[in-house]
Design a protein around this ligand. Structure first.
Ligand SMILES: Cc1ncc(C[n+]2csc(CCOP(=O)(O)OP(=O)(O)O)c2C)c(N)n1
Ligand SMILES: [Mg+2]
Length: 303
């Protein structure tokens, strides 16, 4: 039961955090954009179960869930997104550009893949035993840098796990219109080990990533795992052109309440209240923080 509760609490924190963000946008308290992780929570949480502080993580535009699963740092993240000095990057990185310890995110699709391979090569050279994890979306397999990176990852046999979150869309483009063949077969074409799995079965995901990350670490080689999933909200704030019936069908499969059914109702209600209260406290603290400032630029020196 402890593991059930632990995983539920982590998924719930991500879910409620993302929902609060959308509320804040609606209230006009946030600017820019944001890509929520609603529906995909089991993936980040399952991977995070098997990582240590020495492991490196590269994340993409849909990074909040990855960050929260790894750090639990809701305050640093919200402050960052709200442009406050107490943000994890001083409020200057915003929603998509986070850095804390060994966690890096970047909004350029696939842009970090060659960097992730290089970092994995560095860990191999150091003999650190650390692994590098790169989270990418299905649509990002349309970027050439991904294939250059997979090629080098295979040739150099580096401890890299690429987690492909196949949520069936790249913004508004269905995968069927943008992806030929199979994503995992593309990885196999480089001689990499690769697999496909279900992103709704939380327990199976935790077990599967335990095996995969153990192999990447002990055998020092790369693996590409394609996880079937579905984002339950719009691509970013409101741009959703998907079929309403399709979205409703996936809402019925929402992994969070299904996992919550494993808990006693009273315990589940207590956890829900705990996370609501925590996020209310976080929001109050963040709203009291000063906004980020830009460093003074000496125009004469800058030319
Ligand atoms: C190089 C580049 N091109 C375009 C964009 C704009 N963009 C942001 S997310 C996105 C779709 C990404 O789809 P996918 O990789 O499947 O990730 P998902 O959003 O589904 O999680 C696009 C086109 C970008 N961020 N970077
Ligand atoms: Mg996608």
């Amino acid at each position: 039961m402890a593991a059930v509760e632990h995983l539920y609490r982590k998924m719930l924190l991500i879910r409620r955090f993302e929902e609060r963000l959308l509320d804040l946008f609606a209230e006009g308290k946030l600017s820019g954009t944001t890509h929520t992780y609603v529906g995909q929570e089991p993936i980040a949480v399952a991977v995070a179960e098997h990582l240590t502080a020495a492991d490196l993580v590269f994340s993409n535009h849909r990074c909040h869930g990855h960050y929260l699963a790894l750090t639990g740092d809701a305050q640093g993240l919200l402050a960052e997104i709200m442009g406050r000095q107490g943000g994890v990057c001083g409020g200057r990185g915003g929603s998509q550009h986070l850095h804390r310890g060994n966690f890096y995110s970047n909004g350029i699709q696939g842009g970090f893949m060659p960097i992730a391979v290089g970092m994995a090569l560095a860990e191999k050279a150091k003999g650190s035993g650390a692994v590098v994890v790169a989270f990418v979306g299905d649509g990002t397999f349309g970027e050439g840098a991904v294939y250059e990176a997979l090629n080098m990852a295979a040739l150099w046999s580096v401890p890299l796990l690429v987690v492909v979150e196949n949520n069936r869309y790249a913004q508004s483009t269905p995968s069927a219109l943008g992806v030929a063949g199979s994503l995992s077969d593309r990885a196999r074409a480089f001689g990499l080990s690769a697999g496909d799995c279900d992103g709704w079965d939380v327990a199976a995901l935790v077990a599967r990533f335990g095996t995969i990350i153990g192999q990447v670490r002990s055998e020092c080689r790369a693996h590409v795992e394609v996880v079937e999933t579905y984002r339950l909200n719009a691509h970013s704030k409101g741009d959703d052109s998907r079929d309403a019936g399709e979205v409703a069908a996936f809402r019925d499969r929402d992994p969070l309440p299904h996992w919550g059914e494993r808990l006693e109702p009273a315990r589940r209600a207590a956890l829900d209240a705990e996370i609501e209260a925590r996020l209310a406290d976080v929001l109050a603290e963040v709203e009291a923080m000063p906004f980020a400032t830009l460093p003074a630029i000496d125009l004469a020196e800058a030319g």
